[in-house]
Design a protein around this ligand. Structure first.
Ligand code: A4P
Ligand code: MG
Length: 191
């Protein structure tokens, strides 16, 4: 007997950009990746390496740790945004109004399949992603070079245009296997 379709992994391919440059940023990103695994109706399909990157925007702030993850999810985009903002808050993210300022954790929805969304609080593709090496470099590790960024072009062409910045990023070696695997707490999601 075949399984009902509703039992299969949910559908739309979402790419999420992770960034942090305060309070042990590497740990912030690694912990956030564990939390992404707990999202309802979702499966974490791929995670890039972590990169140390120079800040874009105000220069008087620490380097960032950046990564990109692919999540296949049945959550509507605004529900996903709410869930990501819950994770940011758990990481002590404080919005002080400074554009592109330092943060404990930033989770950006980069792409939602091939959708273009221009909502008051959600723009997809993320408005700056096409010009940022710290997004395109990690994305290219886990997506096909011909991935189309709607309205912007193919990933490989966009990455070529920021090749100098991409070359200046430091790919971090994979973390040593933890001596023990911490038990994930079951997060409660109020979406
Ligand atoms: N919002 C709209 N579209 C989206 C989306 N696709 N994903 C809204 C997530 N949020 C989206 O975001 C402000 C509002 O954007 C949210 O309330 C949401 O409704 P925010 O996270 O509070 O503010 P922000 O992150 O400071 O603003 P912004 O413009 O999103 O900044 P970016 O683009 O995230 O850039 N340099 C390096 N090397 N690495 C970095 O990761 N990050 C930034 C922040 C600057 N420089 C960096 C890095
Ligand atoms: Mg952001």
């Amino acid at each position: 007997m075949t399984e009902p379709l509703a039992m299969t992994t949910p559908g739309v391919q979402v790419y999420i950009g992770l960034g942090a440059n305060l309070a042990d940023p590497r740990r912030q990103v690694e912990q956030a990746l564990l939390e992404l695994r707990t999202l309802p109706e979702s499966e974490l399909m791929a995670v890039s390496s972590l990169y140390q990157t120079a800040p874009v925007g105000p220069a008087d702030q620490p380097d960032f740790i950046n990564a990109v993850a692919r999540l296949d999810t049945g959550l509507e985009p605004l529900m996903l945004l709410a869930a990501l903002q819950q994770i940011e808050r758990r990481h002590g993210r404080i919005r002080n109004g400074q554009r592109w300022g330092p943060r404990t954790l930033d989770l950006d929805i980069l792409l939602v399949g091939e959708q273009v969304l221009r909502l008051p609080n959600l723009c997809v593709p993320h408005p700056q992603m096409h010009a940022r090496a710290f997004v395109l470099g990690p994305l290219a590790e886990i997506a096909a070079p011909w991935l189309e960024i709607p309205g912007r072009g193919r990933l490989e062409e966009l990455l070529a245009a920021v090749a100098e910045d991409a070359a200046a990023m430091t790919r971090l070696p994979a973390a040593e296997p933890a001596p023990h695997i911490p038990t994930m707490k079951a997060h409660t999601w109020s979406l």
